[in-house]
Ligand binder design. Structure first.
Ligand code: XMP
Length: 525
């Protein structure tokens, strides 16, 4: 594993992904992870990320005591990026100071030492890189040499080949850095000698084996299917090992989109041939949500109800099989469990709960199942690749994500008040159908409508109206961790807004959400 320690840079996730793109397994731990935790994954390489801190600020994050000794003893190469390089310099006896010229931000040419280990594959003497730093290394620790200088005179790359410690002051992981990806590859493959042999076929084999070991030959498992890619691929994978000892359930929680129950059940029966039972829990769920308007309270209540359904379902199976299923299969993804440092300036503390994703934060402590989560370490695009290997039809693979709490996180406030859910269903259907009609569905990560808790004045048929406002949201993303709003043409927006206001009686205003993530999240709650 290539271990990345996160010191809060907005680019840390990108490093994790870049390493995986190079076919090496990478994991991200918070920067203050203990030495025991680091040792537990037996890293082949450690990358220290950038971050908004200065090493001079008291309490600024740093590697645990004994970290460099551990890496030296076990021949684990270390690469520091930006703050990571400053931390290496500072902790190993060099000196870091605020830059006299005020820092370097954005594009900056640097002159490299061609004979250095880090750059011996680059022919050009000067390379344009992407910087973002106010402090810089002015004196290097013993055994280190400066192997690149910026055109402002700053030391921007260092190496100590004997000690196997390296540093970049710039960000090789961002696309604006020339040869950036090659620099990462050269470090990992050429210097650290990590083999690039991690691929989805291997992940699949490992998971099949792990499930076979985890679940005894007589044991049963249940899996909640949502119709989305994660749970569908998870169920298909587990089904390969357990066969009819896997019992899938689709829960109608009353928070589904228009005709979703029939659509999903039809697709399961006609295309996937997974045995699925449909449980209608909508009345109970909506009764439980009545009067609940706080987003986290809603999420927790929904998570708890889901667990009730699973328990009841397990009891029914016990009566039928004479044995209670011990395991619960979930399509939890890496972004759901990642303990990343918050973005600088967000005001959040480390490991702050932004949302209780129902399949992670919302589970009760006394859960009576052992979880099987084959994708806990994968990003969504990786799960899609596993799904393709398993022969899951494209219509599942390409389906936009739909959150477990369903429309509850898209009706702001109390979802049961009036017919908000029905209005939202109508609007959402028009929006997504229009996107399909324009051939845009596969260009977009996720598109949906949001019901806002406000009314606006309008004029329809010469009459004053005081009706609902809906927001449309469509985003592009690679993994749901960061996202940008989708740039529709004005003609599309005009068309979809007309369709909605003409067809949905209680809506007289449509707005389009132009917020990226961060600062927004994809869902509104
Ligand atoms: P946010 O809103 O956190 O969403 O930016 C990121 C991605 O996760 C989906 N999402 C969920 N998925 N259970 C899920 O299975 C949840 O509770 C949940 N909340 C958000 C969201 O739709 C987006 O794709």
């Amino acid at each position: 594993v290539v271990l990345i320690l996160d010191y809060g840079s907005q680019y840390t996730q990108l490093i994790t992904r870049r390493v995986r793109e190079l076919c090496m397994f990478s994991m991200l731990f918070p920067g203050d992870a203990s030495l025991d935790r680091i040792k537990s994954v037996n890293p082949r390489v450690v990358i220290l990320s950038g971050g908004p801190n200065s090493v001079h600020v008291e309490g600024s994050p740093r590697v645990p005591d004994g970290f460099f000794e551990y890496c030296a003893e076990n021949k684990v190469p270390v690469l520091g990026i930006c703050y990571g390089m400053q931390m290496i310099t500072h902790l190993l006896g060099g000196e870091v100071k605020p830059a006299v010229h005020g820092g370097e931000y954005g594009r900056m040419p640097m002159d490299i030492t061609p004979a250095s280990q880090l750059f011996d594959f680059i022919a050009a003497p000067t390379v344009n890189v992407w910087m973002s730093h106010g402090d810089e290394a002015v004196k290097l620790p013993d055994g280190f040499t400066a192997v690149a200088k910026s055109h402002q005179g700053a030391i921007v790359a260092i190496e100590a080949p004997e000690r196997q410690i390296y540093g970049f002051q710039f960000h090789p992981e961002v696309m604006h850095t020339e040869h950036g990806m090659e620099m990462i590859k050269h470090f990992l493959v050429g210097i650290a000698k990590v083999s690039a042999d991690w691929n989805m076929g291997q992940v699949l084999e490992e998971q099949l084996q792990k499930i076979a070991e985890q679940v005894g030959p007589e044991e049963h498992a249940i899996c909640a299917l949502s119709g989305g890619v994660d749970s569908t691929v998870a169920a298909t994978l587990v089904h390969k090992v357990l066969g009819d000892r896997l019992h899938c359930v689709f829960v109608d929680n009353g928070l589904l989109r228009l005709n979703e129950q029939q659509r999903v059940m039809d697709t399961f029966n006609n295309h996937l041939h997974l045995p699925v039972t449909c449980v209608d829990h909508s009345k109970v769920m909506l009764a439980r949500l009545a009067g609940v308007s706080d987003p986290e309270a809603k999420r927790k209540a929904i998570g708890a109800e889901f667990i009730e359904v699973f328990k009841n379902y397990a009891n029914e199976l016990e009566a039928k099989l004479g044995k209670k299923p011990k395991f619960l299969v979930q399509g939890t993804l890496y972004p759901d469990v990642i303990e990343s440092c918050p973005p600088p300036g967000s005001g959040q503390k480390h490991s702050h709960t932004i949302k209780s994703h129902h399949n992670v934060g919302g589970l009760p402590k006394d859960l009576q199942f052992t979880l099987i989560e084959p994708f806990r370490e994968l990003f969504k695009d990786e799960v899609r690749a596993v799904g393709r290997l398993l022969g899951v039809p494209e219509q599942f693979i390409k389906r936009h994500p739909f959150p477990g709490p369903g429309l509850a996180v898209r009706v702001l406030g109390d979802v049961t008040d009036g017919n908000k859910l029905d209005t939202l269903r109508e609007v959402d259907e028009i929006f997504v159908n229009t996107i399909r009609e324009y051939g845009l569905y596969d260009d977009i990560w996720q598109a949906f409508a949001v019901f806002l808790p406000v009314k606006a004045v309008g004029v329809q048929g010469d009459q004053r109206t005081h009706s609902h406002v809906v927001a449309l949201r469509a985003v592009t993303s690679a993994d749901g961790m960061t996202a940008d709003w989708y740039s529709f043409t004005p003609a599309f927006l005009r068309d979809v807004s007309n369709r909605i206001c003409n067809k949905v009686r209680s809506v007289n205003r449509v707005v389009y959400d132009i917020t990226s993530k961060p600062p927004g999240t994809i869902e509104w709650e």
